[in-house]
Design a binder for this molecule. Structure first.
Ligand code: HIF
Length: 289
């Protein structure tokens, strides 16, 4: 074990970091015409969530503290395909701010992604520490399988400690970004504005007719008649399951309610399993203009 190059974040080192500057520097990395729909925001949100969503309330393992997502085998888990792109994009900031932990960097990037694409303010605290090794990588069954339905989605998110309302609020983040046949195997965006944080996940889900996509790839849905937009089998659970659907209908009708509930649930997701220093400040960053 070498302590040199990877040096960095110890328990107190976050105190040396100006997180307003980090926020601005992450925001400056978002736009890139040649990447996907022009923004790294969606993949930063996915990185933040996959770094955090491994948490298990029972064993208190997983979560963003220690950022085991950067180590093999976790980095190579099927669910994490493509996230190396996001980590590589952020790596220069780890060089520029050596005192930030990877867990803080990856979760803050998710906050920047949500906010700079027009979403709600997500309360965020620093204090995660790079104190884990690859031996503490989580097993390959912690993140959801998109091919499954409501029972599976509940099992995965109950394991993190979320209830049905919170799960239904989180899933609205699938307004952002797209599926890549080269990453998950699935293909396409959920709606026409994948770089804007909106409640369109719910409106598209409930208003469109969804039919199986005719292709040789994994089973997924596309909208009829255009075929331009997609839903995962797991997404459809928020239309077919009566409890999930009740929340989806409320968020489709009331974007403010969605924003408020999403912000709370996403902030909680990024903090699962982290023990913050008592004096860690809670940031509510202002979106830049
Ligand atoms: Fe996703 N998600 N997610 N997801 N996700 C993908 C892409 C994104 C699930 C599966 C997939 C959440 C829940 C679930 C984002 C954010 C969140 C992809 C496509 C799959 C397969 C990956 C690719 O091919 O690039 C499942 C089964 C979930 C449980 C229902 C969260 C709530 C919605 C927790 C969440 O925040 C984002 C953003 C993307 C887009 C990434 C991109 O590169 O554009």
């Amino acid at each position: 074990f070498s302590s040199g190059a990877s040096a960095a974040s110890t328990e107190d080192s976050w105190r040396k970091v100006n997180f307003h500057n980090v926020y601005k520097d992450i925001a400056a990395l978002l736009e890139d015409e040649s990447y996907d729909d022009g923004s790294y925001g969606p993949v930063f949100v996915r990185l933040a969530w996959h770094a955090s969503g491994t948490y298990d309330v029972g064993s208190k393992t997983g979560g963003s503290n220690g950022a085991t997502i950067r180590f093999s085998p976790e980095a190579d888990h099927g669910a994490n395909a493509g996230l190396g792109v996001a980590r590589a994009r952020l790596e220069p900031l780890k060089k520029k701010y050596p005192h930030i932990s990877y867990g803080d960097l990856y979760t803050l990037a998710g906050v920047v992604g949500v906010q700079e694409l027009g979403g709600p303010t997500v309360r965020w605290r620093p204090g995660r520490v790079d104190n884990k090794t690859k031996e503490q990588c989580t097993p390959d069954d912690r993140l959801p399988d998109a091919a499954q339905g409501a029972d599976h989605v509940r099992a995965i998110f109950y394991r993190m400690g979320f209830d049905d309302q919170e799960i239904a609020a989180l899933v609205g983040a699938h307004a952002l970004g797209r599926c890549h046949s080269t990453r998950s195997g699935y293909e396409g965006p959920w709606n026409a504005s994948p770089t804007a944080f909106t409640n369109f996940f719910y409106t598209e889900l409930l208003q469109n007719t969804w039919v199986p996509k005719k292709w040789s790839g994994p089973f997924q849905f596309v909208d009829k008649p255009t075929g331009e937009f997609m839903m995962l089998p797991a997404d459809l659970a928020f239309r077919t399951d009566p409890v999930f659907r009740r929340h989806a209908e409320r968020y489709a009708a009331d974007q403010d309610a969605f924003f408020a509930d999403f912000a709370k649930a996403f902030s909680r997701l990024l903090e699962l399993g982290v023990s913050f220093p008592a004096d860690a400040p809670v940031y509510e960053f202002k979106a830049l203009d």
